[in-house]
Ligand binder design. Structure first.
Ligand SMILES: [Zn+2]
Ligand SMILES: [Zn+2]
Length: 243
């Protein structure tokens, strides 16, 4: 794939692969002094000097060194994997490349989903800003339903494990392609990726597990705030899903 064969960076600096940062620095200094084109009149010295610089540039940088250790010269070209089209690191990436799903995403289908943050603007006068003030705040947000505690099932009834996906929340499809047989996964259509089916929906939230409620709360604005300041209230945004 490469036009010219590059020498191993450790070999260029005459080091072993587990050389310490100090050893790398020392080797670089010694070699750079020896091959500097101003000092060394050998016709190959300049190329050698460049090679030494390049090797030091990579090996003295922890991140670049790690990439080089794992992927060699090709790993450093074009910013690493992916750019070349086929820079797989593991089996999961093969799924990503062909079908856009990976093992990591599968796990997310059945786990809890964080609720959204809300934002509200509050206007205050200059005096209020200077002295600090307490403002009444009125906002509507989604709360976890207190009757079913977010499960969506009427209390006393049980949600059932989805028989289509056996509770996993996703289903597998096997696909035969020229490159071989691949398994893809998609969220289960029957339970919408929840893994469970509510047989008797909660009477208060109709099975949603969340309710829209308007709340009022006093917000204490400290003295000396400026235009555009943000104050964060935790636990007042939208409730998430499944806890
Ligand atoms: Zn409910
Ligand atoms: Zn299902």
């Amino acid at each position: 794939m490469r036009m010219t064969e590059k020498r191993d960076y450790y070999e260029v600096l005459g080091l072993s692969r587990n050389a310490t940062a100090d050893e790398i620095k020392r080797a670089f200094r010694t070699l750079a002094r020896r091959y500097h084109p101003d000092v060394n009149k050998d016709p190959d010295a300049e190329a050698r000097f460049k090679e030494i610089n390049e090797a030091y540039d990579v090996l003295s940088d922890d991140q670049k060194r790690q990439t080089y250790d794992r992927f060699g010269h090709d790993g450093l070209n074009g910013g690493g994997m992916g750019d070349a089209g086929f820079g797989f690191t593991g089996f999961g990436d093969i799924f990503d490349a062909f079908f856009g799903t990976s093992q990591r995403q599968q796990a997310a289908y059945t786990s809890a989903v964080r609720g959204d943050d809300l934002r509200q603007d509050v206007e205050i006068t200059l005096e209020e800003a200077a002295q600090g003030v307490t403002k009444g705040l009125r906002y509507t947000h989604l709360e976890t339903c207190d009757l079913c505690e977010g499960s969506g099932a009427q209390p006393g009834t049980q949600s059932e494990v989805c028989s289509t996906c056996r509770g996993t929340g996703y289903v597998r499809h096997t696909q035969n392609t020229l490159l071989g047989t691949f398994q893809t996964t998609a969220p289960c259509g029957r339970c919408r990726g929840e893994g469970r089916i509510v047989t008797a929906p909660c009477s208060q939230c109709a099975g949603a597990g969340r309710l829209r409620r308007t709340r009022e709360r006093n917000l204490k604005i400290p003295a000396g705030v400026d235009t555009g300041s943000r104050i964060r209230l935790s636990g007042e945004g939208d409730a998430g899903l499944r806890g």
